[in-house]
Design a protein around this ligand. Structure first.
Ligand SMILES: Nc1ncnc2c1ncn2[C@@H]1O[C@H](COP(=O)(O)OP(=O)(O)OP(=O)(O)O)[C@@H](O)[C@H]1O
Ligand SMILES: [Mg+2]
Length: 227
């Protein structure tokens, strides 16, 4: 088995709330495997989004270490962090976060333009085909259904073939049929692109596609269950 691409070692996270420190993750250790969907489950406020932000190098642990490919995210300089976030990690959110004034194709292309990747438009089109929305390339986000918006967001997240895909309640705003389509794409991201997927969810359907299910409670891992 290859070494885990994303690993948390005894990670704690403390936020400041009105000046008072509040620890919301306590000594969490977890290894997310390559080509596997790892689901983070647990009640609202248990720390799922906090953990995802750490795993995607958007935020840093208060103690302990987050390793991506064996390197601690806290040890990277600004340039290395930017490169990591832009090229190696893809993000999918509950509220899609598409840019409203860009077309569907431009939304998908944007990460490649920022990373100055050649053939950006061709790759963006290819990903749009993959999510079955090539005919919506010239549409604006408001002209799409929620399910279609999330498929565009997935195309965008995967446009640079990231090693790590972070999905925070990707089906939270979708009906069952749209949610199922999105979950099929997320599962395929792991299977076909070999992405290491970390997904926070409240949905049993979403949890069912995961190879590993991590149950969190009050910022601690309660159980880790393999499918
Ligand atoms: N930036 C912040 N500053 C202060 N406290 C925060 C911050 N972000 C989150 N918290 C607190 O940390 C705890 C964990 O929040 P988190 O968003 O990780 O939970 P969650 O499991 O994702 O919940 P949900 O299922 O509702 O999305 C909560 O008590 C929350 O209020
Ligand atoms: Mg959350």
């Amino acid at each position: 088995m290859p070494p885990p691409r994303v690993e948390l070692r005894a990670v704690s996270k403390t936020y400041r709330d009105q000046g008072q420190p509040v620890e919301v993750l306590h000594q969490v250790s977890l290894a997310a495997e390559t080509g596997t969907v790892t689901a983070l489950l647990g009640r609202s406020g248990c720390g799922k989004t906090t953990l995802l932000n750490l795993a995607g190098a958007m935020d840093f642990a208060s103690s302990g270490e987050v390793l991506i490919d064996g390197r601690s995210t806290a040890s990277l300089n600004e340039g290395e962090l930017t490169a990591l976030r832009r090229r190696r990690v893809g993000f999918v959110f509950q509220f899609f976060q598409l840019l409203p004034t860009l077309t569907v194709l431009e939304n998908v292309e944007l990460p490649l333009l920022l990373a100055r990747t050649p053939k950006a438009r061709d790759t963006a089109r290819d990903r749009l085909c993959w999510v079955g929305l090539e005919e919506k390339a010239a549409s604006l986000p408001y002209q799409l259904s929620g399910g279609q918006m999330q498929r565009v967001a997935i195309a965008r997240a995967l446009v640079h073939s990231p090693d790590v895909l972070i999905a925070d309640e990707p089906t939270g705003n979708l009906d069952t049929a749209s949610g199922d389509q999105v979950l099929a794409l997320i599962r395929e991201s792991a299977a076909r692109f070999g992405a290491t997927v970390l997904m926070a969810t409240h949905s049993a359907e979403a949890a069912a596609i995961a190879g590993i299910r991590v149950h969190l409670r009050d910022g601690r891992i309660q159980t880790i269950e393999r499918a």
